[in-house]
Design a protein around this ligand. Structure first.
Ligand code: ATP
Ligand code: MG
Length: 360
């Protein structure tokens, strides 16, 4: 992997509070990397260090193999797009786009060429003469992206660029950002707390908790093989079902037991780690439990609540002293109180050590 941005042993403290400690992260050339985590975990702090808006307490940052740790933001080859747009209110869209280039003394024909290109890519041509107050939120955010685009930067940094928009605009602009990346192939580092944005946009997701990257992997791996219970619970809606229990042996095969109910673990790998007596947590996503399927090992359960969602129907079931969420097709309806049979797909399940909460 050709590196675009490399973060080495980065630390940052605000007074006595250590927000980042010895963080390491390599981002590939042309990669779309998403920093995902809940509020206050240090996403913006990390992005601002890369941008040069915050001075790290320790460590180094390289962009295109150049040590930029002490460079000014303008000399780093980065363009930043904020949640708050940060447009100049008294300037037209065109002026907002050209201002930085004029300050940098770029020749006018080149400026015009770049604005025309950005306006075409972002479909803001008809808006160039307007002021930001005459634009919708989505249009303002497009202009803010345009301002990074005209600078022809190596690396785009986005800090929650869509979170001020309503749900419909958010999903539209999300697709546009993806299209932008597909055509430009710039390196993009994108901060969000929205798991859907992370899953849909990222080549790789770095999922953070308290300033520490918990897992760095492609969305599919993060979703299907979460490294620990934090990652497993953070990604997926509704959340993965967690059942506490322990491993037991049946006829030489490991099984999972919770509240006296047994689950065969035939499809699960890592069988040598499944020692009888080990306290574990079984994690199963709502779509990995089949209802009234033929053949497989089945468990009795009762429908408690049904939440029809159009394409899907979400069932909340009572099973072995737990409440389970299970996703079925929208056309399959179950009245509360209905007895059903559940089959668990252990090939897609996760087992975690109950003490360390790490994946087994
Ligand atoms: N200037 C500051 N002085 C002191 N503490 C700060 C400062 N800026 C941020 N922090 C603290 O650092 C931690 C990380 O903040 P950061 O802004 O990076 O979080 P975040 O992950 O971007 O959260 P959000 O999703 O809410 O934007 C938080 O606990 C925050 O309170
Ligand atoms: Mg933030």
């Amino acid at each position: 992997m050709q590196k675009s941005v490399s973060i080495k042993d980065l630390s940052l403290s605000f007074g006595a509070v250590n927000v980042l400690e010895n963080l390491n992260l390599d981002i590939g050339d042309g990669e779309f990397l998403v920093l995902l985590g809940s509020s206050g975990c240090g996403k913006s702090t990390l992005l601002n260090c890369i941008a040069g808006l915050l001075e790290p307490t320790g460590g180094q940052i390289f962009i295109k193999n150049k040590n930029v740790t002490w460079e000014e933001p303008k000399d780093r080859g980065i363009g930043m797009v904020f949640q708050s747009y940060a447009l100049y209110p008294q300037m037209t869209v065109e002026k907002n786009l050209s201002f930085g280039l004029q300050v940098a003394k770029m020749p006018r024909p080149e400026i015009d060429k770049r604005i025309a290109r950005a306006a075409e890519i972002l479909q803001i041509g008809p808006l160039l003469k307007r002021k930001p107050s005459e634009l919708s939120g989505g249009q303002r955010q497009r202009v803010a992206i345009g301002r990074a685009l005209v600078r022809d930067v190596d690396v785009f940094l986005f800090d929650e660029p869509l979170s001020n928009l309503d749900a419909k605009l958010r999903s539209e602009l999300r697709v546009e950002i993806k299209r932008l990346h597909q055509s430009l192939r710039n390196t993009m580092i994108y901060v969000t707390h929205d798991q859907i944005e992370a899953l849909t946009l990222a080549d790789r997701i770095a999922i953070m908790k308290s300033g520490v990257i918990q897992q760095l992997a492609d969305p599919n791996t993060i979703y299907n093989a979460p490294r620990n219970m934090f990652v497993a619970g953070f990604i997926g809606s509704p959340s993965m079902n967690f059942l506490r229990g322990e491993i037991a042996g049946r006829d030489g095969h490991p099984v999972f037991v919770t509240n006296g109910v047994e689950f065969a673990l035939d499809g699960y790998g890592a069988s040598e780690a499944l020692q009888p007596g080990r306290k574990v947590v079984l994690g199963v996503r709502p779509e990995h439990v089949a209802v009234n399927a033929e053949g497989a090992e089945t468990h009795q359960a009762t429908v408690d609540i049904e939440e029809p969602m159009g394409a899907d129907n979400l069932l909340w079931l009572k099973h072995a002293g737990h409440t389970l969420s299970v996703r079925v097709g929208g056309a399959r309806r179950f009245a509360p109180g209905t007895a059903v049979k559940l089959s668990f797909d252990m090939g897609l399940a996760s087992l975690f050590d109950a003490g360390t909460e790490e994946r087994i």
